[in-house]
Design a binder for this molecule. Sequence first.
Ligand code: HEM
Length: 554
Amino acid sequence: KQNRSDKPKQPPRLDETIPFVSNLWQFMTNKRLFITRARAALEIHPVIRCRLGPLDLHLLRGGNGNNNNISNGSNNSNSNGSNHGPPLFRATCHSDPWTLRIMRSAGYTPRDLAKLARDDSGAAATPRPGVAGGAGGAGGPDRIWHALHRLYDSALASARATDAFADRFQAALHAELVAPCPGPGPGHGGEAGEWTEGVRIFDTLKRTMTAAATHAALGPLMAEVNPGFVDAFWAYECHVEGLAFGLPDWLNREAVRARARFSDMCRRWYEVAEPRFEWDASGDGAEEWEPVFGSRLSSGLARWARRFGFEADSMGPVFMLLHFGLHANTIPVCTWVVMELLKDPELFQAVREEISQAELVRDGPDATFKGFDHRKLGSLPLLQSVYTEVLRLHVGVLITRTCTAPLTVGGYTLPKGSILQAPTEVGHLSEAVWSTQEHPASEFWAHRHVKETETRDEMTGQVSKRLKFSLAGRSGSFFPFGGGTGMCPGRNFAKPEVLLAVAMIVSSFEVDDVTWLKPDGSLSDRAAQNDVNYANSVAAAPDREMRVRWRRVR
Ligand code: HEM
């Protein structure tokens, strides 16, 4: 209702039975339900208020109907993500306090956290208006956020970094999954031509992709120094969201133990790598990969921490979060793609045929397989559609920002300093945006993002049909990588990693005998769904494992 006083009109509040208690309790204990209720309220109102403990939040709707098709200047407008979305993607909204919260929960020391908290100049090249830009002014020595984001731009989001990562990842995954190697170690795919029974898809991808992506991004030392790091990572990974936004540590002992174990491994690795590294070689112009820290992203992060005088106790957490960013979403996303293909033999065959177009040309008919061109893979329409559909259905997160200037949304003016959250699910699951008569938005439909086009050959008159990938008109309702200044800088690593792993499995294995297993290993009578424990954790893990038998066909 319009308020008659001079006070600005306030958005409605999210209902709760016990004021100040019920919503907070639900957020901490059943985030899935909290987000479902918020989604329902946002179907009616473009913005709602909600108090969670000390925080007064504004929940916003994404989507095309919200007058919010705002460009964020990112170079990303294809299936990697979207450069449109909710108003919180504007340049005046930032995510530093939330990133700090994640860093604190990972174990950065109070002194190093204080350095980050002191710098309110933001991540952009120009310091925020009215802010000195740290003690050093614009581009000055104290602009710690800007330095981090510059590193992300050059060593994570750039084409050069992506190509180097994709090549290393592909070679390492081939060694893990396909290369014949008797005895323990690589070769999870088994001997060529022989059936391997009881292959667990999620488990196999966790082992092989974690090892390969770690090799490509952090070099070979992590596996040498910490042989059990893959298991330790996944034991920690399932607790990260809860550690940052859920129960306090003293109620969360198992999570605290898992974090300490993996953080110690990262610190040990750093202590082995640090004295071996050539610190004098130049940073930005350095080679994309060297055998100590691995990629320029990893050595750049070490340089960033050194430049700002980080304490030894922060180094485990710094690299633990790099592992988290690298593995926690790509591997479940890849698993969902593989599961969808294996559930549908016709789709599997269609994708296999499409993928063959991206195989690198061999030196001769009998020459060995050389791998895939990751750029070509990323442009294949059906594969892109499947990838997009998986991101749409299995990525769920409350994108969070603080606004540094008043923001007008849906007729309400939210004051400077307001905390804004946009649940990706409101856009991703919108029936109005995604559904067709045969395929509701809640359903996986591999062809949702492709159109068939016909072209006529002018010489022969022959008509050929082609698929074309398109998100046209819907990109404002699709933001699995967030948007604006806080948009995921790893999105360009994620796509080739997922598609290369899918291509390698689809082209190298014959698969049958699909069954589903419950977490205790017993048979399940249904396929996997999003694990409710991963609500708001970006990519959800599957709550059922897929078991198959497979044999390597090359
Ligand atoms: C399918 C895979 C991935 C998904 C769905 C995903 C999603 C996201 C989302 C939703 C955010 C928050 C964005 C926002 O607030 O607007 C984010 C941030 C981030 N992601 Fe990713 N991500 C993926 C892969 C990766 C990879 C491979 C890396 C590589 C290390 C990575 C590194 C990061 C980092 C460093 C941030 C924080 C950026 C900042 O501090 O502003 N991500 N990601």
